[in-house]
Design a binder for this molecule. Structure first.
Ligand code: ADP
Ligand code: MG
Length: 592
């Protein structure tokens, strides 16, 4: 199967040196940094990106398998940048890092992804109900709405392309009706008096941030249904956070949880360099899942970009940027978008590989010196934007980090930690003890704690204080636990033992959550609040225990009861019954 280039060739060259996926090409014509080159191998055009130009030679990073590239292999350049195609129909899609629709490729070529095959990202046959908003004579600029179409339950704004600079005066708009994405829906004159026309599709270079409006401080909490996050380590819409942790600590489970339950409009799942089996699981499972917030199929709000460990390493880089570009595009419609990237370490590995081939001076652990700035500029693309008409949109970024050996001292974790708003670190000790989610609250932090507490204060007076108290118990309980390991239970006072038992109860009944239990997996705020109040009540209670054994026995029984409560349907008869029992148990043991 051969592939055709969509655009005319502007420059041509021949390979003079090949080193893995780095090609050196002698060229004639005009080239610019970041533009796409197509390497012609047996009629297939492999996508590559210009990363360095010196005289009449250029270095290209090829995004696909470079087997078969020889001396003098032809390379063509069309002047395109590595772009995302944006328009209605991105949701419910599964793309690879170069925005190929995977199911379409599978239909065309079978299940093994061949190289050099590109299909248009958006379906050209679907008819969209288009409603024009802008009127003839309107003076518009990039990002202004021309019209809208319903993409499922979302009002998809067809906007003046973000690559359009200056103003345009509309001279014609199409009447309401059903059209394909390529249909010209509006025409106008630009500032130089030239005619311009707009369809429902636009393109944007993925390595550049896409936004129009003003960046504002995040102000809304993102309810995730994960107690340990929402209560101790909250995230705000438009915020950034990372979940670093060693292999098998539960990073992917957390990402899947967020993709299913986070209270957000749209989720972009970027599987970047992780095992193919995990992605297959998502692809199998997702179409069958129902969104707990809207009771619609979950896929309606999801766009999946996958680049698994078996796909070319270089395309990991593009998949992360592709994901964030799509997220930014929906943000411009006033929607709240969550971008999940699993894992950014694999992306950093791709950077390291390329940097090595370019013979750049290596930084720490052979990562390029610009690693930290690349990571920072990726997370900077998150954030809240206020739009012209008063609407707000946000992109929240969550990156999983998988440090080699699990040490957080390594460059990717350190660079990430310097820029994110919340650090949710998973520990090996917790995952080994099967204390899931393995987020270690003793080393995790969130800059959003105070803002979120202020918001929750309206619902639950004293929330902030309760969270601080819980945090104190965790730390104190940990110190006492460590002391107990040395001196034994007999070596500490009964009071200290009770503090330790309270902290353990908090961990087992609240911070831990079983992702595979139907009821416990998702704990929305309405359910978290009474549970946290119950825990706070236990913290505040002075108990009357006659011995260490009695104290231990009491807390173990209580723990068992609260755990059963967690796996019981909220507000059911059984739930209410258990709740009453727990309250009674606490009241009976209270010191009078
Ligand atoms: P990572 O992505 O960090 O390598 P995974 O997310 O694949 O790790 O998790 C590894 C395993 O840990 C899972 O297959 C599961 O058995 C267990 N696990 C992780 N989180 C939870 C959880 N919240 N509840 C129950 N089991 C979990
Ligand atoms: Mg994983």
């Amino acid at each position: 199967m051969s592939t055709q280039l969509q655009n005319p060739i502007r420059a041509k060259g021949k390979v003079v040196k090949a080193f893995g996926n780095l090609l050196q090409v002698k060229f004639e014509g005009d080239l610019r940094q970041g533009e796409v080159g197509y390497v012609d191998v047996e009629g297939n055009h492999l996508k590559a990106e210009v990363i360095e130009i010196v005289g009449d030679e250029v270095k290209l990073q090829v995004y696909e398998d470079t087997r078969g590239v020889k001396l003098n292999t032809d390379v063509s350049f069309t002047g395109d940048l590595l772009e995302a195609e944006l328009g209605p129909g991105l949701l419910k899609s599964v793309f690879d890092g170069l925005q190929n629709r995977l199911e379409v490729i599978a239909e065309k070529t079978g299940y093994f992804l061949p190289r050099g095959i590109y299909v248009l990202p958006l379906d050209r046959d679907v008819q969209w109900d288009y409603l024009p908003h802008a009127k003839v004579g309107d003076l518009l600029e990039r990002g202004d709405t021309l019209g809208t179409t319903m993409e499922g339950r979302f009002e998809h704004h067809i906007m003046v392309p973000f690559s359009f600079f200056g103003k345009v005066t509309l001279t014609w708009t199409i009447s309401p009706g059903k059209y394909t994405v390529d249909t010209v829906v509006a025409r106008g004159k630009n500032e130089r008096g030239e005619d311009v026309e707009f369809s429902m599709v636009q393109k944007w270079p993925i390595k550049m941030g896409l936004f129009q409006g003003n960046k504002i401080k995040p102000s809304k909490t993102m309810d995730t249904g994960l107690r340990t996050l929402d209560t101790q380590n909250p995230i705000m819409k438009g915020g950034t956070f990372c979940t670093p942790g060693p292999f098998g600590a539960g990073k992917t489970v957390i990402q899947h949880h967020l993709s299913k339950y986070a209270a957000i409009d749209i989720v972009i799942v970027c599987a970047c360099g992780e095992r193919a089996g995990e992605v297959v699981e998502v692809l199998r499972e997702f179409p069958t899942l129902i969104d707990p917030h809207t009771h619609e199929p979950l896929m309606n709000r999801t766009c999946i970009i996958c680049n698994t460990s078996s796909m070319p390493v270089a395309a990991r880089e593009s998949s992360i940027y592709m994901g964030v570009t799509i997220a930014e595009y929906y943000r411009q419609m006033g929607l709240d978008v969550l971008l999940l990237a699993d894992s950014t370490s694999r992306w950093a590995q791709a950077l390291r590989e390329m940097s090595g081939r370019l013979e750049e001076i290596p930084g720490e652990e052979a990562f390029p010196a610009y690693l930290a700035s690349r990571i920072a500029s990726f997370y900077e693309r998150g954030g809240c934007v206020s739009l012209k008409d008063g609407r707000q949109g946000s992109v929240t970024i969550c990156g999983a980090v998988s440090p080699a050996g699990g040490s957080f001292e390594e460059p990717v974790t350190q660079a990430t930690l310097a820029v994110v708003g919340a650090f949710c670190a998973l520990s090996r000790a917790r995952s080994d003890a099967r204390r899931y989610p393995a987020i270690d609250q003793l080393i995790s932090w969130s800059k959003y704690v105070d803002d979120v507490a202020l918001q929750l204060e309206h619902l639950v007076p004293g929330w902030g204080e309760m969270v601080r108290k819980a945090d104190w118990y965790l730390r104190e309980g940990d110190v006492i636990g460590k002391r107990m390991e040395v001196v034994g239970e007999e070596g500490i006072s009964l009071e200290d033992l009770v503090v330790h038992l309270k902290a353990e109860l908090y961990d087992f009944c609240y911070l831990q959550q079983n992702a595979f239990d139907k009821e416990d997996a998702y704990c929305p705020l309405e359910r978290q609040i009474p549970l946290f109040q119950l825990i706070s009540d236990i913290f505040e209670t002075q108990f009357d225990f006659t011995s260490r054994d009695k104290a231990r026995e009491f807390f173990l029984t209580l723990q068992g009861k609260i755990k059963s409560l967690n796996s019981t349907p909220f507000e059911s008869e059984e739930y209410k019954h258990l709740w009453a029992k727990i309250k009674e148990m606490i009241a009976t043991a209270r010191k009078v």
